[in-house]
Design a protein around this ligand. Structure first.
Ligand code: FAD
Length: 239
């Protein structure tokens, strides 16, 4: 029975989950976005696209409650030499792989980095995946780890584990592993997959001005969609 307005900065709803559905065999995730869009229509939620929320909207709308669900953005590491390297983030790589060229090094082999490597190799690129831990996709459940490893190996992706990135040296990445330091060369582009940073900037201002205010999902702390949905629902039922 609440009168709800949804402000979305981009030209469509769905956030990062649209990108989550891009790697091979993950297309089904888009169904959740389509379902939720259907619910917005069915329940008459006023959806304002291409409109970043700003505190001025609080003066106009004077809402009784605000839920901040602004999500997260790719984290940019402060690595020496990064400014001089041809670097892309995960969102860019998944949205438009063309400009990356043929030989791509993905830095960070968590679940997201491994899926990006899977996607890029499917696009015919020669991919190297660099991870400092002893295995890739260690944050995913065991069966997903297993099949990702299998797929990447079958497609000839070079997987370098227990390998720590030290700095960029022009078109090379200086790394250290058990054998010592060396340069990884022959790369057209680097994709950085070293986690996300919350878009938490709005939260404090909103909390100061609106007594019923919540920060949910990746805006509070980058995690996965189930946490985002659960926290959003918990906030909604408290209003
Ligand atoms: C490549 C990739 C793969 C992933 N795979 C999985 C997976 O397999 N399973 C899983 O559970 N999770 C996965 N995730 C994580 C999952 O997508 C996120 O945890 C989830 O989307 C978080 O939802 P959210 O609504 O909190 O934030 P987001 O999805 O980031 O949505 C935030 C929205 O807020 C908008 N916004 C930001 N600032 C403003 C503003 N000022 N005004 C208005 N709008 C604004 C953004 O444009 C965006 O649409 C993946 C993420 C990525 C990037």
């Amino acid at each position: 029975g609440h009168r709800v307005t949804l402000y979305e900065a981009r030209d469509q709803t769905g956030g990062q989950f649209l990108l989550a559905a891009v790697p091979p065999h993950k297309e089904v995730l888009k169904e959740l976005v389509l379902y939720l869009r259907g619910q917005l229509d069915r329940l008459g939620v006023k959806t304002v696209l291409n409109r970043p929320f700003d505190p001025g909207i609080l003066d106009q709308e004077r809402p009784d409650a605000v839920i901040v669900a602004t999500g997260a953005r790719p984290a940019v590491p402060e690595m020496e030499g990064i400014g001089g390297a041809k670097v892309f983030n995960v969102w860019e790589a998944l949205s438009d792989p063309g400009p990356l060229g043929e030989r791509v090094l993905v830095l960070g082999g968590g679940g997201v980095g491994a899926e990006v490597a899977d996607f890029l190799s499917e696009k015919g690129k020669k991919v190297t995946l660099v991870e400092m831990r002893e295995g890739i996709a260690l944050d995913l459940v065991a069966h997903l780890q297993h099949y990702l490893n299998l797929r990447l190996k079958n497609k000839g992706v070079e997987i370098l584990t227990s390998t720590k990135a030290l700095r960029f040296e022009g078109n090379a990445l200086r790394v250290e592993d058990a054998r010592g330091e060396r340069n990884l060369t022959g790369v057209d582009a680097f994709v950085i997959s070293l986690g996300s940073a919350p878009n938490g900037e709005l939260a404090e201002g909103v909390k100061k001005r609106v007594s019923q205010a919540w920060v949910v999902g990746d805006a509070a702390q980058p995690r996965e969609v189930m946490e985002a949905l659960l926290e959003a629902e918990e906030a909604a039922v408290k209003i």
